[in-house]
Design a protein around this ligand. Structure first.
Ligand code: NAI
Length: 710
């Protein structure tokens, strides 16, 4: 290879002439993101197209299996340098010669916007097209909000941009987003054939800006109104979905050029918003959380056969999650009746999918074919992983693990789904503590994406690596946690729930607490959540903890008074709220307020008013302070791990990044000052975390600890 050839081979954008066609290949691993060198290469290709009289058309493809994965994340947060994608798009669209994009793999974000500026588009099987900017608090800012509706119509464009979902080649063809599907999987080959065909037919350039799918009629206006209303209900606090609707409205109202100016303005508004920073933090943290010390040292063992012990709420959900990941599952229960109920729980999930038309009966049968069930431990002998989800009782867990130790093959990973119990102690009951780990799922286990991987003292690096690989297979967001009461999530929850209980006893109504948290961006307040999951669960935990509770600790009995009446929430028709006639949304209950009043009197408390802001400050300060403790003790590796747990397991508003990111955005000094103020009334509860104190003293933030293991 000559030097010139080798330079060309490594150029991020390569040009090759095939007869009258300039084949432009973007080659910028890993996903051909539109970084500066790619943009420069594309601008050079546009020059060549205009200037070279022997060229009649341009075909753009991506090398290495993808078209273009999107913007270059390495440029995030830095000043952007020209040429910009939007300018390249304008040049290609305005070219007097034919421009065609042939899509293979991902054409996402700016990648799809680039393809939209071509005159014709082809996608091969396996292509994934989408505009996921909304998920990062952004909107397509290189003409996507204008070209997409003009190409596929207002309603379909709103759907793609507001959900950020990816679509395949077939759906793209049906929507008119691509003009043809190329067979055989080779985009360059299929694309060249297509371009030659278009040239033979003397096809003229067809700028998307002039495409006619935006009609401005009643249907378009209706689609805009519906989208606006849906966003108002679903995400009233989010900026970018609202601005996406505004931008599409501009496509109906304004000329293309005016609407492009508008798009630029609202795009910048998104870039400047703290929401974008929060969403990007959440996005990167999920990936970062899988970087754990054991991942490099350990080797993941293959998992195909999974045993689940206990087919209750969690066990059944875990079995479904594993079945959905194409694994074989054996469910074990303590007796035939419980086993039948467990299997039925699993079958019901699929029956529901079939009833809703989201699965075919054949599809369901194929999945259930991979499920076996037994009451005999011997049935778990060939399992690569066994997950225990029996009652939360140490004696029962011990007995189960001793059986597992007896029957499981060497090297099988033995996991417990315990919420609070000491996994070191469980591991110690086996002859193979190196293979015992916690896999803490969240209910419903087949829906919630969070999985805490709880690592006991003696667990091997292989065991941890296997657990993370398993989480990936289940498409879960995995976070490493150390052993303590409640691990990361439930431990922190128990502290800020106490802060909420104290506020209720001191004068805030339960409904004010929920309202304050919804206004912060939670989909539900903590008491609504308690009603949804069942007040009996927390009550049972409190009763269990009663014996070991420090008698000096302030204990609010209001929740117990409610539970004692059998008011467990939605399932019993009342809890903190009243659910009349099976209603899913509860109404404030005057009798609950009377119970609260009575309890205040009994505790000798004169109620005082709480403003929503104070409710938030106390609730979040308690959460952040315990989050700092959890990091300080090494239960969480980094603050970002706490953020991921709360965004994915506890409804913390994703656009705020997570509690630790939020704390940084407020300034740790102000959080510490709040805690010190609250400590004056209850020094036992409000004890500043040593880590928080240290960071404030050194003028650092939580983010400075996130990079330690990056
Ligand atoms: P559950 O009461 O719904 O189910 C427990 C199941 O285990 C029952 O079906 C029971 O028959 C079975 N079982 C009991 N002893 C057994 C034995 N010796 N051998 C085989 N099966 C046995 O309980 P749930 O809610 O599913 O909880 C299970 C575990 O998951 C507990 O450790 C709990 O702390 C934990 N967990 C619960 C969450 C929740 O939201 N419910 C969330 C995360 C963890």
């Amino acid at each position: 290879m000559t030097q010139a050839e080798s330079n060309r081979a490594y150029a991020p954008v390569q040009m090759e002439v095939h007869g009258p066609v300039l084949l432009v290949t973007i080659n910028h691993p890993p996903v051909n993101a539109l970084g500066l060198p790619v943009r420069q290469g594309l601008a050079a290709a546009a020059d060549r197209l205009e200037q070279d009289p022997s060229i009649a058309a341009m075909l753009i493809v991506g090398g290495g299996g993808n078209f273009v994965g999107g913007a270059d994340i390495r440029e995030f947060g830095k000043p952007r340098q020209p040429p910009f994608v939007r300018d390249i798009c304008a040049r290609l669209e305005g070219a007097s010669k034919l421009v065609v994009a042939a899509i293979q793999g991902a054409a996402l974000g700016g990648g799809l916007e680039l393809a939209l500026s071509a005159h014709y588009r082809l996608a091969v099987d396996g292509a994934r097209l989408g505009l996921p900017e909304v998920l990062l608090g952004l909107l397509p800012g290189s003409g996507g909000t204008q070209r997409l509706p003009r190409l596929i119509g207002v309603s379909a464009a709103l759907d793609l941009m507001l959900t950020g979902r990816h679509i395949g080649a077939e759906e793209a063809l049906a929507l008119g987003l691509v003009d043809r599907i190329g067979k055989g999987g080779d985009a360059a080959k299929a694309g060249l054939t297509y371009v030659e065909e278009l040239l033979r037919a003397k096809t003229a350039p067809r700028p998307t800006r002039s495409a006619g799918a935006v009609r401005g009629d009643e249907q378009d206006l209706n689609a805009l109104a519906v989208a606006r209303e849906t966003q108002r209900k679903r995400s009233p606090l989010l900026l970018s979905p609202h601005l996406i609707v505004d931008a599409v409205e501009a496509s109906v109202r304004d000329s293309f050029d005016d609407a492009m100016v508008f798009e630029q303005r609202v795009f910048q508004q998104c870039v400047d918003s703290p929401q974008r920073a929060g969403l990007i933090h959440a996005f990167f943290s999920e990936r970062q959380a899988t970087k754990v010390p054991e991942a490099d040292r350990g080797k993941a063992r293959p998992i195909e056969q999974v045993g689940v012990v206990g087919g209750g709420t969690m066990g059944a959900g875990i079995a479904v999650a594993a079945l959905n990941a194409d694994l074989r599952v054996t469910l074990l229960e303590r007796d035939a009746g419980s086993l039948a109920r467990g299997v039925e729980r699993i079958e019901n999930v699929y029956a529901d999918l079939v009833a809703k038309g989201r699965m075919t009966p054949e599809g369901r049968d194929a999945v259930l074919h991979r499920l076996t069930s037994s009451t005999e431990y011997a049935a778990l002998g060939d399992s690569d992983l066994v997950i225990e989800a029996v009652f939360e009782d140490m004696a029962i867990k011990h007995a189960v693990f001793m059986e597992l130790d007896r029957v499981c093959k060497p090297g099988a990973l033995l996991a417990t789904n315990t919420s609070y119990l000491d996994i070191d102690e469980i591991a110690a009951r086996t002859s193979r503590p190196q293979d015992v780990i916690g896999l803490h799922f969240f209910a419903p286990a087949h829906v919630m994406r969070l999985l805490e991987v709880v690592v006991p003292r003696l667990a091997s690096a292989d065991a941890v690596a296997t657990a993370f690989a398993f989480a990936r297979r289940l498409k879960k967001v995995a976070v490493r946690a150390g052993v303590c009461d409640g691990f990361i999530g439930n431990r922190i929850l128990s502290v800020y729930r106490r802060a909420a209980d104290y506020m209720i006893e001191d004068g805030a109504s339960p409904y004010e607490i929920d309202e304050a948290l919804r206004s912060f961006g939670y989909p539900m307040g903590p008491l609504q959540v308690s009603d949804l999951s069942g007040g009996d669960i927390g009550w049972a935990t409190r009763k269990r903890q009663a014996a070991t509770r420090d008698p000096k600790q302030r204990y609010v009995q209001i929740a117990d008074r409610i539970a004692e009446r059998g008011w467990f929430g939605q399932k019993t028709g009342r809890g903190w709220y009243l659910y009349r006639d099976g209603a899913r949304v509860g109404q404030p209950d005057p009798e609950v307020l009377a119970i609260v009043d009575e309890e205040r009197k009994r505790a000798g408390i004169t109620p005082r008013p709480f403003k929503p802001e104070e409710i938030l400050r106390r609730y979040l300060a308690a959460m952040i302070n315990e989050g700092a403790n959890v990091v300080h003790e090494g239960i969480a590796l980094r603050p970002l791990d706490v953020d991921v747990v709360f965004v994915h397991g506890f409804g913390f508003p994703r656009f705020r990044g997570g509690p630790m990111f939020y704390a940084d955005s407020q300034g740790l000094g102000s959080i510490l000052a709040d805690i010190e103020t609250f400590a004056k009334e209850d020094p036992a509860f409000w004890r500043p975390s040593p880590l928080l104190v240290e960071l404030v003293r050194e003028g650092r933030n939580f983010a400075s600890l996130n990079t330690a293991l990056a």
